[in-house]
Design a protein around this ligand. Structure first.
Ligand code: PLP
Length: 617
């Protein structure tokens, strides 16, 4: 599996003259974005977790880029004036952990090339094209089996043409080490060595078989290196528009989900599910799950403080795992019910015949925390279960306050954070949360199918001797088996894990704070329309999550939720009815991969429909 990429960006780009005297080549803009930034975006969208950029000339430009993209690591080649691209690549080598993608910084290319390389069976592969006639071609020669033996800028110097070097490749860590060794042994004769020289050497007949580099040719591949003014003109006029068109052909029809999850996902998350078949008991898949577990835990607390436990299932499975696994025979549970999901946890407690009571609170006013605290102490509860964000109404509950109170009094806190996690910044240690549930398909923006239980380390250890009430959903059993084997006990939703991995890469880029800011900006667009229509919101603005809004339906015979739904649906928006039995509401969620502009567009549809309805009152 490819998890890292290296972009070689140390060069001076002298052939572009004044354009690059004070700027690296990668920062030339095409389509209103520096070409290297576009490349960074394409790499992350292709499932690369870390991008290492080898810098040299004008490195400060890259420092600014790295500050905006988490997951971009810079390695400076101090001797960039005295070395070629291989010198820069050698500086990056110590940070390479396995197979990686290798790119030049001055490229524009069709992202399909990354997909082809990632899917290639040969661990070492150069992506090649047919003849481009660019005037600066590097011609490749292969042996009978298709492996690189020679490269040259001179047509006559190669015996047969196997393709043109595009500047995109994949390599193993071991082959990179062989290339670095070759460079070190030949520095005296070739101090300005380019990376393709080292490639040809380790791949050629005198090299080891494991270092052979396969040439994967796509005859009409869309790419262009920008070395001089004529390349730039060709890139802008010809290649870039064609790349944009080709990439647009793989875009998936956009449906904006304004229902409260599953949420809208990016195309890259959708595509991440389309991958090679793998047995989930393979080491490689275990590594994917371990990475996913570790990264998800970092959205729930500090490094090492939280364990993620997976189950194949929806958010309800995660809640049921907590209710059935975390409370000992001697425990006494209080469940706060101020909506459908609090009520659901109470029903679970009943099914498992726990010793429990329910604290009832209205769904549209903040919980009276003093009353809850008093009840907890007076009646000697050992556990408290509550919902972080009551999705029924969009009410945000005071979980940090109650969590810390529980922690101070030795009460175990169990939190349904299904629709809060990955949008509301949470630190389970700071907020006194012992166990917390979520799912792969809400604010983390993955696909449905993986139930997540986050456990504070010491709270988790304490449940290990609890009698098992449930076989499939037992947290300790699942956790201890996973720790020993890096496998789930039962068949996991394999492809959903790959899309969750991609969703994490994207969530790390955005950050939870950034995500909440985007969701809030969407909410503000919605609320502007609601206010223009004088519609009433169920929950006072100050207590709203800004993730989901329950709106009271207009009192008009002309209002019909189905008709409103169908109108919105015909414009690409999916909405969802309310879930309260005692109030007529409809709910608009603004979670998932949605933009404020889209919410503004939905606001217009809402206003158009409601104005007609209200005119009838
Ligand atoms: N808890 C909360 C707060 C929710 O919002 C939801 C779903 O919307 C659930 C639990 C149940 O999740 P699922 O439908 O994935 O089982």
């Amino acid at each position: 599996m490819i998890r890292q990429a290296v972009i070689m960006a140390g060069g001076i780009g002298s052939r572009l003259k004044e354009k690059t005297t004070a700027m690296p080549k990668g920062f030339i803009e095409i389509g209103a974005l520096p070409i290297v930034e576009k490349s960074v975006q394409k790499l992350f969208a292709s499932g690369v977790e870390e991008i290492i950029i080898g810098t040299g000339h004008c490195a400060e430009w890259y420092e600014k880029l790295a500050a905006r993209y988490l997951g971009v690591k810079l390695v400076h080649n101090d001797k960039y004036m005295q070395t070629g691209s291989m010198g820069t690549l050698a500086c990056c080598a110590p940070y390479i952990k396995g197979d990686f993608l290798l790119l030049e910084s001055d490229l524009i290319y069709d992202a399909v090339g990354l997909r082809v390389l990632i899917n290639e069976v040969h661990r070492n592969t150069i992506l090649a094209s047919g003849k481009t006639g660019s005037g600066d071609e590097v011609y490749l020669e292969a042996d009978k089996s298709g492996y690189l033996v020679k490269h040259s800028k001179k047509w006559d110097a190669i015996a047969s043409f196997s393709g043109e070097l595009t500047g995109l490749a994949r390599l193993s860590k071991e082959t990179l080490a062989a290339m670095v060794l070759y460079m070190q042994e030949n520095t005296a004769s070739d101090p300005m060595m380019e990376y393709e020289t080292a490639m040809s050497s380790v791949s050629g007949t005198s090299g080891e078989i494991c270092n052979r580099i396969y040439i994967r040719k796509i005859e009409n591949y869309l790419w262009c290196e920008i070395d001089d003014a004529s390349h730039l003109e060709n890139a802008e006029k010809n290649i870039f528009p064609k790349i944009r068109e080709a990439e647009s052909l793989t875009a998936i029809r956009r449906e904006v989900l304004l229902n409260p999850g599953p949420a809208t996902t990016t195309d890259s998350v959708k595509y991440a599910q389309v991958c090679a078949d793998i047995c989930p008991r393979e080491k490689e898949f275990g590594e994917v799950m371990a990475w996913v577990a570790e990264e998800l835990a970092l959205f729930a607390g500090k490094a090492g403080a939280v364990e993620t436990v997976f189950f194949g299932g929806s958010g309800t499975a995660a809640n049921e795992a907590m209710i059935s696994s975390c409370i000992p025979e001697s425990g006494k549970l209080l469940v706060i019910n101020n909506g459908a999901y609090g009520l659901r946890m109470a029903k679970m407690a009943d099914v498992y015949r726990l010793d429990f009571d329910v604290y009832e609170s209205l769904g549209f006013v903040p919980i009276d925390t003093e009353k809850v605290k008093k009840k907890l102490l007076d009646e000697k509860f050992t556990h408290l279960a509550m919902v972080y964000h009551e999705t029924t109404t969009g009410l945000l509950n005071p979980v940090p306050e109650l969590g810390r109170f529980c922690h101070e009094h030795g009460i175990v806190s169990i939190v349904d954070a299904v629709s809060a996690y990955a949008a509301i910044p949470i630190d389970m240690d700071r907020d006194g949360i012992d166990f917390m549930a979520s799912t792969s398909n809400k604010n983390i923006q993955g696909m449905a199918g993986i139930a997540l239980v986050f456990c504070r380390q010491d709270a988790l250890r304490k449940i290990q001797h609890h009698a098992m009430r449930n076989y499939y959903l037992n947290i300790w059993d699942q956790h201890s088996y996973f720790k020993k084997t890096r496998q789930m006990r039962f068949t996991p939703p394999v492809q959903t894990f790959y899309s969750l991995r991609q969703a994490i890469i994207e969530a790390k880029q955005e950050t939870v704070e950034g995500r909440y800011a985007r969701y809030s900006a969407c909410w503000e667009e919605l609320v502007k329309s609601v206010k223009r229509l004088n519609l009433e919101m169920l929950v006072p603005e100050s207590a709203q999550s800004k993730l989901i809004t329950a709106i009271i339906e207009p009192d008009s015979p002309a209002y019909n939720f189905e008709a409103f739904h169908d109108l919105a649906y015909s414009h690409g928006f999916t909405i969802y009815p309310g879930k309260l039995s005692d109030a007529n509401t409809f709910r608009i969620a603004n979670i998932g991969d949605i933009r404020p502009m889209e919410m503004k567009r939905f606001g217009k549809i809402l206003e158009g429909y409601m104005q007609n309805v209200l005119a009838d009152v």
